[in-house]
Design a protein around this ligand. Sequence first.
Ligand SMILES: Nc1cc(-c2cccs2)n[nH]1
Length: 234
Amino acid sequence: MTMRLDYLSIFPGYFDVLDISLLGKAVDNGLVEVHAHDLRDWTHDRHRTVDDTPCGGGAGMVMKPDPWGEAFDGIIGIEPDPSVHVIFPTPSGIPFTQSAAQELSTVERVVFCCGRYEGIDHRVIDYARTMWTVHELSLGDYVLNGGEVAALAITEAVVRLIPGFMGNPESLAEESFSPGQERLLEYPLFTRPVSWRGMDVPEVLMSGHHGRIAEWRREESLLLTRDRRPDLTD
Ligand SMILES: Nc1cc(-c2cccs2)n[nH]1
């Protein structure tokens, strides 16, 4: 299965980075195909205008619906297709989680709509919901200048889960937040040298005693989770 990823943005250059590293490899081995589009290509005025003042007043500018609608027609089509997943990163979205990444990793087509300014005219999202499967997703309780960085983060979380993408799929199963895993934070990791700047690797990890090592790691995860993410232990 090849996943097609489209990105609609007034800064399509953000997505050049997808040609690099692991994601670049996924593109090379045909696991994913990536298309970035400049929303301004669907404007018709000399200034290639994509925004206007908010109806009802208020600060900032809102992204006009017309360019989005024409871009949807050109990129996705004019017939409804629930198999197409359209993602609007937004601070007012539902929290993006590993389980959402897991679900999206099985989808054949994903279109990211990267808003700027104060946001996109709401009729664009309402229209998209009549046509495709729409996800308004938040990365966390902080505000970015636009959806591009969020789209890249969601892309990385999703693409790395596509079967055949990661060399060693077993490592995925053990990760924090993987399905089936207890919701615990990762224990501290060490590698050689055993002694570094006066700090030694914990002795238990050099003991070769797998039972004790597993016990030490679990305890460390429990302590870390209780200290930093008590919400995960609910
Ligand atoms: N979680 C999150 C998403 C965003 C934005 C998406 C689009 C513009 S700002 N900020 N923070």
